[in-house]
Design a protein around this ligand. Structure first.
Ligand code: LRH
Ligand code: MN
Ligand code: MN
Length: 386
């Protein structure tokens, strides 16, 4: 039997980081639908993030994307966050939106471009020093579109060199999280296409280098929970970028497309001892047509539900069935946990934390949505990429 007290305690201790860019306008390459009341500055993004934490109690940190969240004074931004009961989390580097990076950033054949990209990555570590952030998240759009376009082997050498330089710059308590993605924007080769490539680089670098799994970055049908189990076993799972996909890198709300997959992932996290501060649970998603703040609250709740179900798996009964080779019984143990309605449990947990049972209803009743529409007039709305 699973001990319910321990499950409750674990759910109260869970932390889910929200991405600053999810609060801004976003869209597809066909159209960005602007929404009223959307933040105009990184400060206003933090105001919104504080609302998500206020009603969920488990989302106290916000990931920044540089330069989308560029400010003069990062220590001041951290103080602003603190005054609102939250902190600044992972710093996401951005070496994919500059004309110079057409043929790559740190793997570009031109040393001058490589140098520029490297400077940005190092500047991100300076920002981490000012914000007190632990993690630097690196995702590279680098790659090629056509066979023969560039030397695959040489690009790996250039990547390794840049990663090494950044790794050396990290402070004692800082980490580098390397994110992989199968394709897009490069269509023939990506320089970090899969967990194996990320793992190989991280292994070479050392223990401060860890792999981050973005759930939208795999080929259809990929068994993501297997990757999670493997990375945890190797001590190389640094965190997640949670989001949902139906087709490619859709960045829909976490747990919306396939809540069963999210449960299977969370089960491997729990099983593999990854339910600790060493694994960062982050959202990386965009809300193109739905209201942003309640969508982020919904995503946090979806991650919590998957986590609760994973924590409810009867480990003893599962081990016994596995030991006996009882395939059906083992599967039934997992399915029993998955099919449990954990919403009453989470409602209780929230109330024990002094929150209302229904965060979405509480947000709707708070008047925040109306207030930001009224107040945030004039100026330019922040968007994905601005
Ligand atoms: C790339 C990615 C990466 C970026 C974010 C905006 O697709 O997942 O994490 O930083 O999207
Ligand atoms: Mn991501
Ligand atoms: Mn992505």
């Amino acid at each position: 039997m699973t001990e319910l007290g321990a499950v409750r305690a674990a759910l109260k201790a869970q932390r889910i980081e929200t991405p600053s860019w999810a609060y801004g306008n976003s869209g597809t390459r066909f159209k960005v639908f602007a929404q009223a009341g959307v933040p105009r500055t990184p400060y206003e993004k933090l105001d919104d993030a504080a609302q998500v934490h206020r009603f969920t109690g488990v989302a106290p940190s916000v990931a920044l994307h540089i330069p989308w969240d560029k400010v003069e004074d990062y220590a001041g931004l951290a103080k602003y966050a603190e005054e609102r009961g939250i902190t600044l989390g992972t710093i996401n580097a951005n070496v994919f939106q500059d004309d110079d990076y057409k043929l790559g950033s740190v793997t570009n054949p031109d040393p001058a471009v490589r140098k520029k990209a490297l400077q940005h990555l190092l500047e991100c570590v300076d920002i981490m020093d000012a914000t007190g952030s632990r993690d630097l998240k690196l995702w590279f759009s680098d790659g090629t579109n056509y066979p023969g376009q560039d030397d695959i082997h040489a690009r790996q050498d250039r990547l390794a060199e840049a990663l090494h330089t950044v790794y050396e710059r990290l402070g004692d308590h800082q980490r580098m999280l390397l994110e992989y993605k199968l394709f897009e924007p490069s269509f023939y080769t990506m320089d970090v296409p899969d967990w194996g490539t990320a793992y190989a680089h991280c292994l070479e670098l050392g223990e401060k280098a860890q792999v981050v799994v973005d759930t939208g970055h795999h080929a259809p049908g990929t068994n993501i929970e297997f990757i999670v189990a493997l990375l945890l076993r190797a001590g190389k799972l640094g965190g997640f970028d949670f989001n949902s996909r139906f087709y490619a890198d859709d960045d829909l709300m976490a747990g919306a497309a396939d809540p069963f997959q999210l449960f299977r992932i969370m089960y491997e996290v729990v099983r593999g001892g990854g339910f600790t501060d060493d694994v960062a649970f982050m959202l990386d998603q965009c809300h193109n047509i739905e209201a942003k703040i309640p969508a982020i609250i919904r995503s946090v709740m979806n991650v919590q539900e998957a986590t609760a179900k994973a924590l409810l798996v009867d480990a003893e009964a599962l081990a016994a069935a596995q030991h006996d080779g009882d395939v059906l019984a083992a599967n039934a143990v997992l399915m029993d946990a998955y099919n449990t309605d954990v919403r009453p449990l989470l409602a209780d947990v929230r109330q024990e934390l002094g929150l209302t049972a229904d965060p979405i209803a509480a947000y709707k009743g708070s008047g925040w949505a109306e207030r930001i529409v009224a107040e945030r007039v004039g100026g330019e709305q922040a968007g994905w990429g601005a």
